[in-house]
Design a binder for this molecule. Structure first.
Ligand SMILES: [Zn+2]
Length: 101
């Protein structure tokens, strides 16, 4: 038996799953991490999905990998940019909550 690798912190493991799902859905990271207003940690990531021809409106998501705070902005031709908060990112991505808790 080799040396045992310490497990990743749960929030990091969770963030890795969420990032992978966001990419699968076509979201692109904004390459910008902000201070989260809720937990005040430097952990809020921004992701964007471009709207356009043959697609539904675009969507922006802000997700804090430290405390899990999620917000979403949906943009459409008719309603403009509408914020959704709280936003259930886990359900939106179709992740089973028990698989990451
Ligand atoms: Zn936070």
């Amino acid at each position: 038996m080799g040396p045992k690798k310490p497990p990743l912190p749960p929030w990091l493991e969770k963030a890795a799953i969420i990032r992978k799902r966001l990419k699968t859905r076509g979201f692109m990271p904004n390459d910008r991490i902000q201070i989260c207003e809720k937990c005040e940690e430097y952990g809020e990531e921004g992701w964007s999905l471009k709207g356009g021809e043959g697609r539904m409106g675009g969507r922006d998501i802000a997700y804090c990998m430290c405390c899990g705070r999620s917000r979403s902005w949906k943009s459409s031709m008719t309603a403009g940019r509408v914020v959704e908060e709280p936003f259930d990112l886990i359900a939106f991505l179709g992740i089973k909550p028990e698989s990451i808790d």
